[in-house]
Write a protein that binds this ligand. Structure first.
Ligand code: CA
Length: 225
């Protein structure tokens, strides 16, 4: 059976375009153009993933996301028209699984849908999951028999991200968690620590990329990456 994707999008032309790309990629697609219809449909049909626009007539994406989370773990990708909005959405901790900003390329959306579904699939996750062990007393990260020394900042970044795999953290949220006094750092500092951390992890896990950047948003840890 094909995975069913629900597209909640009031711009009907855009919804149709997206549906066409998703169908070509092998998904079954249902479109909803009014916010009020989304939750009842999800309850009744239990789709495999929901692409949820933020601004909708009837009920907005925030309310829909909250309502759906009260009865379902269905993966939700939120779609917003403004990249600045994503930081605010992250702060609300809605339980969405990914965020996409308009304008987007339908191909990118298909790729993100696949990535989220892959992450959710228990078998795929088990096959490829890398278990890293963290030794805080020695600031060491270990994979199998190999180990790597990290700086304190790198260690805490990895610890924060890996404790909630799949969750996207903005640079701001990472700064809050890592630094007692965040006035001393800038977003660029975070980027440069992440860059070094990723380089070390690639040495530890060749061919893998467990820390992923989410364009315009921040970073997440993906053990299957
Ligand atoms: Ca809209």
């Amino acid at each position: 059976m094909n995975d069913t994707i629900l597209v909640v999008e009031d711009e009907e032309k855009l919804a149709r375009l997206l549906a066409r790309y998703l169908e070509q990629a092998g998904f079954s697609v249902h479109q909803i153009h009014n916010g009020l219809e989304a939750t009842p449909w999800i309850r009744q049909h239990q789709p495999d993933l929901v692409l949820l626009d933020l601004m909708l007539p009837g009920a907005d994406g925030l309310d829909i996301c909250r309502e759906v989370r009260s009865f379902s773990h269905v993966p939700i990708i939120m779609v917003t028209a403004r990249v600045e909005e994503i930081d605010r959405l992250l702060g609300l901790e809605l339980g969405a699984d990914d965020y996409i900003c308009k304008p987007y390329s339908p191909r990118e959306v298909v790729a993100r849908v696949r990535a989220v579904l892959r992450r959710m699939s228990p078998t795929a996750a088990m096959e490829n999951t890398t278990t890293l062990q963290l030794r805080e007393d020695q600031l060491l990260v270990m994979a199998g028999t190999k180990s790597m020394e990290l700086t304190a900042v790198e260690f805490h970044l990895l610890q924060t991200l890996s404790q909630s795999a799949g969750r996207i953290y903005s640079r701001d949220q990472l700064m809050d968690r890592i630094y007692a006094d965040r006035r001393i750092v800038s977003e660029r500092t975070i980027d440069s620590h992440i860059k070094k951390l990723r380089r070390k992890l690639t040495e530890l896990l060749p061919g893998q990329d467990v820390i992923q950047s989410v364009y315009g948003v921040g970073y997440k840890y993906d053990p299957t990456g």
